[in-house]
Design a protein around this ligand. Sequence first.
Ligand code: FAD
Ligand code: NAI
Length: 463
Amino acid sequence: MSDQFDLIVIGAGPGGYVCAIRAAQLGMKVACVEKRATLGGTCLNVGCIPSKALLQSSENYHAVRHDFAAHGVIAGDVRFDLPKMMGHKDEVVTANTRGVEFLFKKNKVTWLKGEARFKTADTITVGTESYTARSIVIATGSESVPLPGVAIDETRIVTSTGAIALAQVPQHLVVIGGGYIGLELGSVWRRLGAEVTVVEFLDRLVPTMDGEIAAAFQKILTKSGMKFRLGTKVTKADTAGERVALTLEPAAGGTAETLTADVVLVAIGRRAHTENLGLDAIGVSTDARGRVVTDAHFATNVKGIYAIGDVIAGPMLAHKAEEEGVALAEILAGQAGHVNYGAIPGVVYTWPEIASVGQTEEELKAAGIAYKVGKFPFMANGRARAMGDTDGFVKLLSDKATDRLLGAHIIGPDAGTIIAELVMAIEFGASAEDVARTSHAHPTLNEAVKEAALAVDGRALHI
Ligand code: FAD
Ligand code: NAI
């Protein structure tokens, strides 16, 4: 006789653990299967949380060394202790993963430890045990995309998992892929003294972000000493020598050249993870990119089986997975769960940060939507000047006819926090005028948002 649940969630990442907790809050008997030794998935164990710990630590070091003197703070001989930095990162991870364990206990979610596999549409096995549920959610997340000819060993050729655990600062780090991971982790090691070269296939960085923001970002990162090889691909890595020899070619083909590195970070995207789940046996459909296909209510083509998070279509972001987890739990409880995909922010946590919500200028052009633009630079913001963080700007896009806010893009200090009011504005269907007429505390970085909203109609006051 197998154990019976109302809901079994496979995977305890931000999608799965949040779905499990919300379903338990709504009165369901819930189990969550996780094969890792700790809860929290990619995000808490090897993704969002450890990378942000290292970004913060390395930024602290960089700020003391390079920025404090301008404030009249003399720091003397500043050094860093890498094992201690890594220790801090590990403590932060442990506190977070234990926190999820506590939340499971508090909400009476059963953690089934081990790897889940479908036996039938309503039964899974974990080790030698079988468990049955009315509904089963696939929340198995994603894994990094491999690059042919560049074999990962997690020591010299690493994914993000190896790059957040290097034992020493590489002399030369080559990052393949100028996206979220490459630029965040490239920044960490650059600040700690590595020479960093980013090799990007396209002719621009962060391809999902607004083009103007991406161009400004590249300039600022270049100022920090990062080097860029755009429109370039890596075709081979030779690890026979003391250093890794990479073969580079123009993306469109052409003459090959060699670039040597001490460590190579492969960060060319992530793909849905469904290995060993037994999806074929029960007939769950996946798309050409291996993602589980779902309808607007997260239902797969097999009755009673649902999927959320990185394993389905959409941006691979923790908060997107969480929103889906909550919405699905509410749908399963007979409520009207819903995710507004037009109001999911994206943030790259470098310094300055870049943050974005809604449509980019390129997307509006491609869709033939007439729009207005309002921009305001942090150089003209009093608080940014006081901080000594004047790089970047706020850019707002609103509908030319209705003034409804369609997109917001920021490069600047704490952009990831600043963007929140614009996510709210888009969620509530606000116009640029609504934002412009909202009182913003002075002196705050968010005043740049108000000024950009005023600039949409040419009324910025401080520029
Ligand atoms: P995951 O977090 O991947 O969790 C899936 C879980 O399922 C895993 O723990 C896995 O062990 C488990 N699992 C898989 N198969 C089985 C099975 N058969 N049985 C049992 N368990 C199974 N996003 C942000 O929003 N902000 C960030 O700052 C950010 N930083 C990141 C930094 C890095 C370096 C990386 C790699 C990612 C980052 N992300 C960030 C992305 C974020 O981590 C993912 O979007 C998020 O974790 C997806 O959540 P999920 O629940 O869908 O899957
Ligand atoms: P990414 O999709 O952000 O960037 C990958 C980059 O690699 C792109 O610019 C792409 O053009 C380039 N590329 C693809 N193939 C290439 C090749 N053969 N050679 C050179 N360049 C190539 O993917 P990344 O950085 O691996 O991160 C995966 C995902 O994880 C992100 O898309 C994001 O969803 C999530 N993430 C989110 C973070 C955040 O929210 N701050 C931080 C880290 C990851």
